[in-house]
Design a protein around this ligand. Structure first.
Ligand code: PEP
Length: 246
């Protein structure tokens, strides 16, 4: 039985006082019988670490460099994230693939860099609406995951995978439990061909998960939790989702 994992992706939201209130709300609402984490903007990682000292809520970042160190202005290395105590880092989020033109290979290299420093990459894959409508969903997510499998080889079992259909992110459109489960099953099968650890790996669903649809999604056989955007910014909503995973 895989323990569920719920991760809040704060994106580029928040400020020191709003973050403190959000984290205080989560501390009050927890603990849950699920693993819970928040992935916060870089400048707030250290303060989040302090606020979550002694708590069962983990924290992480939303991106990392594929490079180890050096003259890469504006980049943040996974060694730095590890230094701050980050447990997770999101890589390959569709917003980064779209706005920063991140390739499948770059995403895979970022995942490799994270693992090298003991930070668990949450690798996002997902199709656009046009790709879904063209019947290419499987092709796209398998191609995205294949790059990571090829790059990480025997370490692939250490990642968390997140299926995030691009058309469902921040749009209020959610994949139905049947649609999500179907893609998760495809991804699980691909992982099974690559590692004996596949059945223990967590595959999260992300895309307009809300308090009122989380339980149905999390009840699916291959959905092991969620990557939550908008609803992670309200302690009340996020804690209902964490409860649904418990
Ligand atoms: C996300 O940003 O990863 C996400 C799933 O966002 P939302 O929950 O707002 O759709």
């Amino acid at each position: 039985m895989r323990k569920k994992l719920v991760v809040g992706n704060w994106k580029m939201h928040g400020n020191r006082s709003a973050n403190a209130a959000l984290l205080a709300g989560l501390k009050e609402a927890g603990p849950w019988n699920a693993d819970v984490a928040v992935c916060v903007p870089f400048p707030y990682i250290a303060e989040t670490a302090l606020a979550l000292t002694g708590q069962a809520i983990a924290f992480g970042a939303q991106d990392c460099s594929a490079q180890e160190q050096g003259a890469f202005t504006g980049e943040v290395s996974s060694a730095m994230l590890a230094d701050l105590g980050c447990r997770y880092v999101i890589v390959g989020h569709s917003e980064r693939r779209a706005y920063h033109h991140e390739s499948d290979q770059l995403v895979a290299d970022k995942a490799k860099a994270a693992l090298a420093h003991g930070v668990t990459p949450i690798v996002c894959v997902g199709e656009t609406l046009a790709e879904r409508e063209a019947g290419q969903t499987e092709l796209v997510v398998k191609r995205q995951l294949a790059a990571v499998i090829h790059t990480l080889t025997h370490c692939i079992g250490e990642i968390v995978l997140a299926y995030e259909p691009v058309w469902a992110i921040g749009t209020g459109l959610t994949a139905s439990p049947e649609q999500a489960q179907a893609v998760h099953a495809v991804l699980r099968k691909q992982l099974q061909a690559a590692t004996q650890k596949a059945d223990a790996m967590r595959i999260l669903y992300g895309g307009s998960v809300k308090p009122d649809n989380a339980a149905q999604l999390f009840a699916c056989a291959d959905i092991d939790g969620g990557l939550i955007g908008g609803a992670a910014l309200k302690a009340a909503d996020f804690s209902v989702i964490c409860r649904a995973a418990s």
